[in-house]
Design a protein around this ligand. Sequence first.
Ligand code: HEC
Length: 248
Amino acid sequence: MSEHPSNGSRALLPGQVKSWLGIAAFVLVAVAVLAYAFVAVRPTTNTDLERRTAQKALRADTESKAKALLTAPAKNADGTYRLPVADAMAVIAADPKVLAEMRKSAVAPVAPATASAAFVKADDEQLKRGLAVYSRTCIACHQPTGKGLAPVFPSIAATPIVNGDATLPIKFIIHGLMGPITVDGVTYNSMMPPVAGVTDQDIADVLTYVRQSFGNKSNPVTADQVKAVRAANAARTAPWNTAELGLK
Ligand code: HEC
């Protein structure tokens, strides 16, 4: 009372109450802002947390598969690799380091096959169509260079199967190929799945393209050839085994 002798307590109180209310309002707003920030930043739900955990596990799994691919335990006793194609593709897709490692270990292809005397060059239209089919159905595994990716996908550049009797690749493009096969000194023991969604003409075109690209120099393949092979094996459903086709 002694500090405000002329005012009295009645006039002083509303001013004090006002400033206290101001401070209280400020504190409330600050708390609300902090609370909002906390809610916005923390992982909001359980599923969010689960997703992060699952992503971490997937990364670890891919990494361990990639490591296994590059170490001895991924090999069979006979030196062939023991990795399903689907896994191999997942690993390759997920890990650029594996890709780089494979490129390093890729074996240089043998010298291009020499042209036979009766070599017939395919017409440009067929080669163009063949490239389109190749880009749609083969390129993921055998690569734009045709050199594949050792030790998972074999090269089709200057290999005897590509340049030999077309009946053989027609057979396994239609039904798939599995079992050990050695290409350019690397043994593959994997599976090429049947190539889906291709007509007889598509197979003729893609084989013609492959047989006249990547250093290969062999004659064109016709849709009639493909048709005949398809008809002769109409009852077949299972993939060809390399042993069954006389391949090693
Ligand atoms: C999913 C991956 C994949 C696709 C797609 C694929 N291949 Fe293959 N290809 C393989 C694998 C793996 C092998 C080896 C199979 C084995 O180990 O028995 C192979 C083997 C071959 C061979 C025999 C071996 C050699 O190197 O000469 C030829 C020829 C071939 N493929 C051509 C083709 C053509 C042409 C296409 C497209 C029409 C195609 N492949 C699509 C994975 C694939």
